[in-house]
Ligand binder design. Sequence first.
Ligand code: LLP
Length: 423
Amino acid sequence: MTSPLSRHLLPDTGVVEDGRLSVGGCDTLDLAAQFGTPLFVYDEQHIRNRCREAVTTFGDGVAYATKAFLCRAMARLAHEEGMFLDVATGGEMWVALQAGVPAKRLVLHGNNKSPAELAMALEAGVERIVVDSFDEFRRLESLAARHPLPVGVLIRITPGIEAHTHEFIATGQDDTKFGFTVSTGAADRAIGHVQSSTALDLLGLHAHIGSQVFRLASFEEAARVVARAAAPYHLPELSLGGGLGVPYVEGESSPSITEWGDTIVKACREEGVTGKVTAEPGRAIVAASAVTLYTVGTIKEIPETRTYVAVDGGMSDNPRPVLYGSGYEAFLPRSTDATRPREVRIVGKHCESGDVLVRDARVPDDLVVEDVLATPVTGAYGQSMGSNYNKVLRPAVVFCRDGDARLVVRRETYDDLLTTDLG
Ligand code: LLP
């Protein structure tokens, strides 16, 4: 693809003037100069727009899946926009609570919640726990005995549908660590268990079928299977999890949150669900809201073989290409509109050949060392899955809005590398 970067891969407030990209009214090259690189630049308005769309589509109860990206500013923002927060570990719960999000606006997930995590949730006042196993029932009930009110639970079911990268494949067999299997009768037993428990209050069923899924027909099919499993119980709520895909590279497109939600809700209604139908998107809220800025440090041309462009980050700030073979685009925010005829491989600074950010990138011909280079659609599962591999310092995160750049996560320092090291 030699064409310039498509605008739909940029955050909502992305504006190009004389080739230079600004996000949230902040010039990205100025941000790189002020905060250094690598830098996660988030468009606050973009996140707000997607949260509002989710709340409008699903109503109260829709949750933001914090695993996609979480810091206190993000937790507050999603909460301000009326979303619940899906937290999948004690750590995510802790950050959300520290952000000031009321416990009753949290939904606790996890296939192996520890007694300490469950106790923390009950003490804080979390009212929605998505139970994943019979072992968890035992743990929860022994804690709930000391708890004045019944604990609100949703039961995570596995409806026999697996999501693959771009489509669902219905399988007769459920081979997953998550949830209670419908086909083996485990889901029915779990529901029966909660219905007869005085310590637990059954709020509804939950299912999450996969992530980065584009086909609405697949969501519809999944919604119908889950709705049928839930039908006999007339429960107040059905949560269909997250999973809406987003375009990462040229040529991809995805349904909007509205189209996704309308499809799910319609399918459930047609199957006779009268209770609340809700969801918990992560990627669709934040992925396209951010770009990562890097500085090009080394360009290695191997004649007739390949050109490697090495930047100052890598698999520690975006492990998705290495983990999933995920594709990204690259561009120069000094000439965002430039055509990109040059084929290169964009790599990081880590000590392994697998440290690839963009395997088959197209960049402008005049790319040089010290250029700021950007990858779009890096707002989900980049910073949150980042690491300190090679003791590379985690990047800073800025939220940009109306010309203001707010540093919400500062860049790590070498001292941070020793905070847990007792010597
Ligand atoms: N709810 C549950 C129970 C989940 O397990 C997930 C994601 C979500 C909601 C949010 O899904 P989303 O809307 O973001 O697709 N690290 C992978 C994605 C893992 C998703 C895990 N669960 C990636 O980078 O593609």
